[in-house]
Every structure is written in structure tokens, then in C-alpha cells.
Design a protein around this ligand. Structure first.
Ligand SMILES: O=C([O-])CC(=O)C(=O)O
Ligand SMILES: [Mg+2]
Length: 561
């Protein structure tokens, strides 16, 4: 067994205001009398020593004094930037309440209003005009032992489009979940914003905008810049896990394909969303005593997220015994231009693979709408990744329900204001028969005297556990196979499999336990593939437990510089 090092003292070279200004080390009033003497802190903090529980009580009272979610967000971010241990302690106590504040949907507004609500820098901003200083920038990071990076270029933030430098809210929020949901020490995490300009006119015309006021760079400049970044990052922190987040459609998949075999990376919107969606679908099918390979699936939205989910479904259907052609024939992708068909021009490569071949001689109208596809294909599963609010109309949903008694409907677009249909409406239109999961959180729905818990089918069920696996087992590459394993673990933990009244996905209260399970099975699959350090199962479990950081103050001892 590995020794528990989480109780050992830490040796600190800083004193006085320098120490209290480092968020990861600051304890505020929780510095002991001895530490106050040893680190020149006497008089810099109020007299009375407080425990983290007492500090959290005050912080929670202050948090509750704000009515608007965005103000709660700003308040929590301020605590994160002053005392990270207290921030994560609060999240641990109130995860279900605070997750929508630090993550979707409120983080969307925080990105949109980034320059207005800005308080203090966090992470790294790598602006294109400063690219020649990239090594210096990476060395300026306040953290030395980075193991997980979330990077965005702000070009497609949730369903909110180009948010330029404001997109930084997303890497910050995602990394908070790495810690809150999977115990990755905040000392190991680093959010990065690649500021390559913005095409958002509102931002360019906003005198307060804090990013590089310039249209987005050309794709050639862009590719060179990303290459520069990836190489510099690998040199600075070899083996670091790189999560690509919220890159626009035409960039996301090419970037993933270019780097997935070269560095330890994944794209959360493609692979994380696919894993959580397929996991939720496997669970929903099990509830109906069916398999995924028996479903007919319609997607509204054929971007990189939608196509990523569809490809993962194809893999799962093949595992269940279908041929690839049979699997693809069961999946219908509908985008702005209607159903994707092989006769269409101008499709991306990743869309072409999922386009439907219509029987020869079929008279087709210019576009085949979502409503028509639902009428013709009679889907049992409807997935929304369109970013278009209200797209699942009453007519679409009732048509689907007419052919399928228990339709599975996942309106996944984020944040909440972009959702394809409100859960309340879906329950009413289907007389409570639909199995629903959404991308953003929604309150339970009351209908005919029954309460329906709405599960949040969000990649936050997946990526934290993947990160824990990488950190604890030294995984060198993230593969689709590992994502599939994560889906299976999620599906196996569906509470609905054990009780008809329960939710489709596990409650947030059990997400840390789930992340550890995902980490264990993902790491095992990586070991089998030769992509991680070989260990016995018990050592692997112990490594996962040891890497699981807890928000508790450690004792400090003085270290001379
Ligand atoms: O951040 C989220 O809630 C899920 C996600 O990755 C996205 O919508 O881009
Ligand atoms: Mg995303």
C-alpha cells in the first residue's frame, strides 16, 4: 500500500503578504498561531483562528446574499482566486447547488460578460502577437507541475458562438470540475486561452474588450500557431493531458485528428460529449430492455459534437453485432440544410460519413426537414446538439411519440437558453413517457402527481474521471476505446436500472465515486493497450486514491529560499 502523504506538512519558501496572495497556499484566518509566527503573518489577518468549516459558513452566508447567478459566480471566482482550498471545500459541501453557478449555464454568461466582470488573472493568455514569447509565457505560469490543461480559442463557446478572449471562462470552469468531481489537485491544472482574435463584432466594438482586437487569423497562420503551442507545451510539461474545448466546427475535428496520436489529448465536445451521451443511451435502452443497436436515431445538429456522438454510437452498435453499414443506416443527421444525404455538396468529411443514401429514383424535395425525417424514419431516439432553442416543437415530439411509446429525447444544447425543448414540455407532450436528459441542469418536472428528475447528460460525468486516470496511471494517449469504457461504467451506474422512480444518471453527490470508477476501468484499458504504466489492480486503486486531492489545509513548515 502507498503511504498516505496527504497529512504530511509542506515546506514553503514564501512569507507575509506573498504567502497570503498565493491562492493555492493561502489559508486566511486558518493559519495556526505557530504558522503566523513562522511566516511573518501576525497582524496581517484578524486575531481569531478559524477552521475551514467556520470559514465556509461565512462564505456560504455571503454567497446566499447574492440573488443573481452571475453575482454568485463572481463571488465564488473571487474566493477561488484568493483561497483555492476554501473554494473547493465549499464546492464539496454544495456541489449540486454550485455546479450550475461555476459551470453551465452561468459560465456562459460569465464568458459573454468576461471583460465587464473581470477581477483578476487566472491561467495563461497566449495572444497571437506574443507568439514569439511562447516559452517565456509558459514559464510565467504560476504553477510548475502542470498535469492537466484545458485550452480554448473561444471560437464556439457552448451554444453562444465566438466569445473571443471571454472564452477563458470555460477552461477555468472545466478545470474546477476536474478538481471538484475527480480530485485532481488544483496545483496540477492550468487553463489556457489562445487569443487568435475574434470575429464577434459586438466584442470588437466594445471599448472594454480585453482580448486582441483583431479579426480571427487565417487558417494557415492558425495551424502554425497551434503547432507552435503544442510543441512548446510538450517541451514545458512532457506528457501533460491536453483537453481541447469549444473550438469551432471546422477546427475541432482536424485538430483532434492531427494530435490524438502525437500527444496525450482529447476533444471534450467531440469525445466527452459522445461518451456521456452513449453512456446515457445505453442506460436508457437497458431500462427499456433493449439494445442501442435496435434504435433508430435522429440528430438535430450535425456539427462536430453531433457527428462525434453518432460515430461513437456506430462503434457501440457494432460491438452489439451490427455491421458498420447497418449501424450507419439507423442514424439520421439533420442540420440547417435538412437531412444530410450523400447527394448533397459542401459537406465536411466527418458529415459525409454519416450522410444517408436515399434509394435510387427517390423524388426528394430540396430539403428534408426535421419534421419530415421524424415522420419517415420513425426514430426511437432524438438528440439535440443544434444550439437552437425550441427546435423540438410540439409537432415533432408528438409525431415521434405516435410511433414510439417510450421515446428517448436528449436536448443537449447548452446553456439552458439554447435548449431544443424544455423538459416540462417534453413530459407533457408525451404524457410522461419520454426518457429525457439535458445538457444543462433543469429542475424536476411535476406531471399528473408524479415527479420526474431530469438528468444532466453533460460531459462532466466523463472528463474528470479520464483526467484522474491519466494522472494516476501515467496514460500516454487518450483513445476512443477508453471513451467507450467510460460510457459503459456510466451506464452501469444508472440509478434507473434499480428503481423505476430514479433518475437516468447518478446524482451529483456520487460523482466523485463514479469518477474513481471511470478512472480505474479507463486506466485498466490503457494498461491493456500498452498506453499506461503496468500495475496490479490493487496498486492501481491505491494510486487513484492517493492522487485524489482533498480540500483540507496542510501544515506548513518554513523552507529557506
Ligand atoms: O460545457 C458544457 O456544459 C458542455 C460542453 O462542453 C459544451 O456545451 O460545449
Ligand atoms: Mg464544450
Amino acid at each position: 500500500m502507498n503511504a498516505d502523504v496527504s497529512q504530511d506538512p509542506i515546506y514553503i519558501p514564501f512569507t507575509g503578504p506573498t504567502l497570503t496572495s498565493v491562492p493555492i497556499l493561502n489559508k486566511g484566518t486558518a493559519f495556526s498561531e505557530q504558522e503566523r509566527h513562522d511566516f511573518n503573518l501576525i497582524g496581517l489577518i484578524p486575531h481569531r483562528f478559524e477552521t475551514i468549516e467556520e470559514q465556509a459558513e461565512r462564505a456560504y452566508l455571503q454567497y446566499c446574499s447574492f440573488d443573481e447567478p452571475i453575482n454568485k459566480h463572481i463571488y465564488l471566482r473571487t474566493i477561488q482566486d484568493t483561497n483555492e482550498t476554501l473554494f473547493y471545500y465549499l464546492l464539496q459541501q454544495y456541489l449540486a447547488e454550485m455546479m450550475p453557478i461555476i459551470y453551465t449555464p452561468t459560465v456562459g454568461e460569465a464568458c459573454e460578460r468576461f471583460s465587464q466582470i473581470y477581477r483578476r488573472a487566472r491561467g495563461l493568455f497566449i495572444a497571437y502577437p506574443e507568439r514569439h514569447h511562447i516559452d517565456e509565457i509558459l514559464h510565467n505560469a504560476t504553477k510548475q507541475h502542470v498535469k492537466v490543461i484545458v485550452v480554448t480559442d473561444g471560437s464556439r463557446i457552448l451554444g453562444l458562438g465566438d466569445q473571443g478572449a471571454g472564452g477563458m471562462g470555460i477552461p477555468i470552469g472545466k478545470l474546477s470540475l476536474y478538481t471538484a468531481c475527480a480530485g485532481i489537485s488544483p496545483a496540477y491544472t492550468l487553463p489556457i486561452m489562445l487569443d487568435v482574435g475574434t470575429d464577434n463584432e459586438t466584442l470588437l466594438n466594445n471599448p472594454m474588450y480585453m482580448g486582441w482586437k483583431h479579426p480571427r487569423i487565417s487558417s494557415e497562420e492558425y495551424d502554425d500557431f497551434i503547432e507552435l503551442f503544442v510543441r512548446a507545451m510538450e517541451k514545458r510539461w512532457p506528457g501533460v493531458l491536453l483537453q481541447f474545448e469549444d473550438f469551432e466546427q471546422q477546427k475541432a475535428l482536424p485538430l483532434l485528428e492531427r494530435y490524438q496520436d502525437e500527444v496525450c489529448c482529447f476533444n471534450d465536445d467531440i469525445q466527452g460529449t459522445a461518451a456521456v451521451s452513449v453512456g446515457s443511451l445505453i442506460a436508457a435502452c437497458k431500462v427499456k430492455n433493449e439494445q442501442l443497436s435496435q434504435q433508430t436515431v435522429v440528430f438535430a445538429g450535425a456539427g462536430s459534437a453531433g457527428c462525434g456522438i453518432a460515430e461513437q454510437m456506430v462503434r457501440q452498435m457494432c460491438v452489439e453485432g451490427l455491421t458498420e453499414a447497418q449501424a450507419r443506416a439507423r442514424i439520421f443527421m439533420v442540420d440547417r440544410q435538412g437531412l444530410l444525404t450523400t447527394s448533397m455538396t459542401g459537406l465536411y468529411d466527418f458529415q459525409k460519413r454519416l450522410a444517408q443514401k436515399l434509394p435510387t429514383g427517390t423524388e426528394t424535395p430540396e430539403t428534408i426537414s426535421l419534421q419530415q425525417v421524424v415522420e419517415l424514419a420513425k426514430p426511437t431516439v432524438l438528440i439535440g446538439v443544434s444550439g437552437q432553442a425550441g427546435l423540438f416543437s410540439e409537432n415533432v415530439v408528438k409525431t415521434m411519440h405516435a410511433y414510439c411509446h417510450h421515446p428517448i429525447i436528449f436536448p443537449l444544447s447548452n446553456p439552458s437558453k439554447q435548449v431544443e425543448a424544455l423538459p416540462q414540455d417534453l413530459i407533457e407532450w408525451t404524457q410522461g413517457q419520454a426518457l429525457i436528459a439535458t445538457g444543462s441542469p433543469f429542475k424536476p418536472v411535476q406531471f399528473n402527481g408524479q415527479e420526474y428528475v431530469i438528468s444532466q447528460c453533460n460531459n462532466s460525468y466523463i472528463f474528470p474521471g479520464i483526467g484522474l486516470a491519466v494522472v494516476a496511471a501515467g496514460i500516454t494517449r487518450v483513445t476512443n476505446e477508453m471513451m467507450m469504457v467510460a460510457s459503459e461504467v456510466l451506464a452501469a451506474h444508472s440509478p434507473l436500472l434499480n428503481s423505476e422512480e430514479a433518475a437516468l444518471l447518478p446524482p451529483l453527490e456520487s460523482i466523485t465515486a463514479l469518477s474513481k470508477e471511470i478512472a480505474f476501468y479507463v486506466a485498466k484499458s490503457a494498461q491493456k493497450a500498452g498506453l499506461a504504466i503496468e500495475t496490479s489492480e490493487s496498486v492501481l486503486r491505491a494510486n487513484i486514491a492517493e492522487h485524489f486531492w482533498q480540500p483540507r489545509y496542510r501544515d506548513y513548515r518554513r523552507r529557506s529560499v
